[in-house]
Write a protein that binds this ligand. Structure first.
Ligand SMILES: Cc1cc2nc3c(=O)[nH]c(=O)nc-3n(C[C@H](O)[C@H](O)[C@H](O)COP(=O)(O)O)c2cc1C
Length: 390
């Protein structure tokens, strides 16, 4: 059974390959009346774009084209399709991996499952992280829709290699990472990350890291027990990102070494609203959002495509062989992954907000669409967007 679609009401289907003509997404279930244009989408795409210092040097402009579902600047309720044409393709860089699968990459499992003769090895084909561009497009629309509930999502690179691990980061600091080329939440961390990446670029090696997401003002009541719990859907969405190796929410894995008495999270009332003193479980209890900030972390492995020679098997001779990987690769996947994790969180939240009736799944009222527009503008400005940068 194919697995290229995700979501129940806000349902996305992604398509395209790394070195094919284009990459894109179709989203079904967006209510009518939402203002959407290419600039909204490209604003978010800029945060995962390659072709700059510290990330993959593949030069892609990532120009979005809305090809269906929008009329006179607003969604119609029909499926919305957006494509981005691939431009900077150098497929000959992948000639060697056609016969020598990269250790730690998806090459060999794809060959084993789909057959050598059917495998699109150019740029990693469908297993390439270029696919995550589709997710960021859908995430941009989901984020915009969530402005109706005043919900904002901010991610940052919590740690890279052994740097940054213990720092506690606020929502504002996470949002400010949009201004950092390495998605660091402070100038000090930015310098530490940049030094580490320069080291990786010199030696041809790569580093892993942890992405943290803080979701401000999530509506309460999101999540459908028992299999569609919010934590379960977030975990699936995030673990479907290439190179994701671990998911946690709230205090996460640390909870396993603590006592119940240490994790007792006092409930109190504030302005007639239920609150939890420590928010140990990151805004989700029983799989349902409480209204407290949702906190999520995802660990990313280092890229397996490194310039250091590796041992693999030559599929023609079936003998051990040395592989020297060419192509343009990320020295630290986790930097560009921040935008992808943000997008997947937005998609899950938008889906659940529609399912829980927090947003009318059929159409937005005019005043709602205008509120969204105002909040979106404020959000873009907070992320360093100016008229000049359009
Ligand atoms: C934003 C992003 C960028 C990535 N860049 C690279 C890369 O340059 N080179 C590479 O080998 N893997 C890269 N990956 C990871 C591979 O796509 C991934 O490891 C591969 O598909 C195998 O999947 P798995 O790690 O989930 O098992 C990237 C992943 C993401 C999310």
């Amino acid at each position: 059974m194919p697995g290229n679609s995700f979501g129940r009401v806000f349902k996305i289907t992604t398509f395209g390959e790394s070195h094919g003509k284009l990459i894109g997404v179709t989203i079904d279930g967006i209510p009518a009346g939402l203002f959407i244009n290419e600039a909204d989408i490209e604003f978010e795409l800029a945060f995962r774009r390659p072709g700059r210092l510290y990330v993959s040097p593949r030069r892609e402009e990532d120009k979005a084209e809305i090809v269906s579902g929008v009329f006179e600047g607003k969604t119609t309720g029909a499926p919305l399709t957006v494509i981005v044409r691939n431009v900077d393709i150098i497929s000959q860089d992948y000639a060697e991996i056609h016969n020598k699968p990269r250790p730690g990459h998806a090459d060999l499992p794809y060959i084993m499952k789909y057959g050598y003769e059917n495998w699109d090895y150019r740029g990693g084909g469908r297993a390439s992280a270029r696919e995550t561009l589709s997710r960021v497009i859908a995430g941009a629309i989901a984020k915009k829709l969530l402005m109706l509930t005043n919900t904002m999502i901010a991610g940052h690179l919590k740690s890279l290699g052994d740097k940054g691990i213990d720092k506690v980061v606020s929502f504002e600091e996470a949002l400010s990472s949009k201004l950092s080329p390495v998605r660091a939440s402070s100038k000090e961390l930015e310098k530490e990350y940049e030094d580490l990446i320069m080291k990786a670029m010199k030696t041809g090696d790569s580093y892993g890291g942890i992405v943290e997401i803080i979701i401000k003002n999530p509506p309460p009541h999101l999540g459908e027990p028992v299999f569609d719990k919010l934590k379960a859907d977030l975990a699936k969405a995030i673990m479907s990102i290439p190179a994701a190796v671990g998911f946690e929410y709230g205090i996460g894995f640390k909870a396993a070494s603590m006592k119940g008495s240490e994790l007792a999270d006092e409930i109190y009332l504030e302005e007639n609203k239920f609150r939890w003193r420590h928010n140990f479980f990151g805004g989700i209890l029983g799989g349902i959002s409480t209204g407290e900030d949702i906190i999520i972390r995802c660990a990313f492995r280092p890229a397996s495509s490194i310039r250091i020679p590796q041992k693999t098997l030559d599929l023609r001779t079936k003998e051990e062989s040395t592989l020297i990987i060419k192509g343009r690769h990320d020295p630290a996947i986790a930097i560009r992954a921040v935008a992808v994790v943000e997008a997947m969180c937005a998609i899950v939240l938008a889906d659940h907000a529609l399912r829980a009736g927090k947003i009318n799944p059929v159409r937005l009222e005019k005043d709602e669409a205008h509120v969204i527009e105002e909040r979106w503008k404020e959000y873009m400005e907070k992320c360093g967007h100016t008229q000049a940068s359009q």
